[in-house]
Design a protein around this ligand. Structure first.
Ligand code: IPM
Ligand code: MG
Length: 352
């Protein structure tokens, strides 16, 4: 069971360290961890945020445990050398086209949600975000118009096969949950979205057991704070999914609690190859201070065991240990408490 550990920048190394401790504590036979450089750390060491050796390491592994990338000191660099390109590059090089971002209320944390507790309590949804296309990867550039004004531009596009493969994955995810799927687009304005909607409707014919509905993204943003409990699986494109998943995290209570999986079609001896990361990012303002909440990283390791290694029992054990620590009042700074990174790791380990 080969795992590439790419801790990256900011709080990435601190939180990933705790996730690794939890993994190691399970004592799974054959677990092999190898570290690689990624993000600003890799740029400093090798002149590139995603060195070839790191891509090779990821390819030779069964799963990638990812920390975070991003460093304000790199914001002046040309786009291709910025740390964010590392995660975008891994998503495309490894054809990780599906991003699974579950958001579920934790018992006892309703008060921390940006929403009223009785609304927050009902959240149990899964965002399935497309990761390899959309305006993220279309042609882009800047130019000077004939009248001398500068213009920036980005091309938004989806090909039907790109929509079809993520739609199938989302329908299957819905089969394993509440059997409801909401496809989010902006088909009232965008041709990209009209094609998206048409293809999702075609794919739906294979899944008569799933109740499908369509929602414009502006309305989805509103419903997500009005009645998030009404969603089961939300299927959407790269840009809308980026925005809605951050929003969903605040509805739950903290971005420090949400894990994610990025999956493709490659199968290994153990399961589906994937990259697992907390969704909080590098948080440079608190990096290196031992203050970051490692729970999202620990929960990412649980998702890895579930999807890439078929270890449902161990995944559920980790999730129960985190839920238990939260129920016992273990709170990081993001949750209004004062427990540090290592103390939270210890608390989860004790309950494991
Ligand atoms: C995310 C992040 C990335 C994205 C950035 C770091 C490129 O915001 O994973 O949601 O926009 O996809
Ligand atoms: Mg994001």
């Amino acid at each position: 069971m080969k795992i590439a550990v790419l801790a990256g920048d900011g709080i990435g190394p601190e939180v990933t360290h705790e996730a690794v401790r939890v993994l190691e504590a399970l004592g799974l036979p054959g677990l092999e961890l190898s570290e690689g450089d990624v993000g600003a750390a890799a740029y400093r060491a090798h002149g590139h945020p995603l060195p070839e050796a790191t891509v090779d390491l990821a390819r030779a592994s069964d799963a990638v445990l990812f920390g975070a990338v991003g460093d304000p000191a790199c914001d002046h660099l040309e786009r291709a050398l910025r740390p964010e390109q590392a995660v975008l590059g891994l998503r495309t090089h490894l054809t990780l086209f599906a991003n699974l971002r579950p958001a579920k209320a934790f018992a006892g944390l309703e008060e921390l949600s940006a929403l009223r507790p009785e609304i927050a309590r009902k959240i149990d949804l899964l965002i399935v975000r497309e990761l390899n296309g959309d305006v993220y990867f279309g042609d882009k550039g800047h130019r000077t118009l004939d009248d001398g004004r500068r213009q920036g531009w980005d091309m938004m596009a989806y090909a039907e096969d790109e929509v079809r493969r993520i739609a199938h994955l989302a329908f299957r995810a819905a089969q394993g949950r509440g059997k409801r799927l909401t496809s989010v687009d902006k088909a009232n304005v965008l041709e990209t979205s009209q094609l998206w909607r048409d293809v999702v409707i075609e794919v739906a014919a294979d899944y008569p057991d799933i109740a499908l509905d369509h929602m414009y993204v502006d309305n989805a943003a509103m419903q997500l704070v009005r009645a998030p409990g009404a969603f089961d699986v939300v299927l959407t494109g790269n840009l809308f999914g980026d925005i809605l998943s951050d929003q969903a995290s605040m509805c739950v209570g903290s971005i420090g609690l949400l894990a994610s999986a990025s999956l493709g079609e490659r199968q290994t001896d153990y399961g589906t190859f994937g990259l697992y990361e907390p969704i909080h990012g590098s948080a440079p303002d608190i990096a290196g201070q031992g203050k970051a909440n490692p729970m999202a990283a620990i929960l990412s390791a649980a998702m890895m065991l579930r999807h890439s290694f078929g270890r449902e029992t161990e995944a559920a054990r980790i999730e129960a240990a985190v839920a238990r620590a939260l129920a016992d009042g273990v709170r990081g700074g993001d949750l209004g408490g004062s427990a540090g990174t290592c103390a939270i790791g210890d608390a989860v380990l004790e309950r494991l």
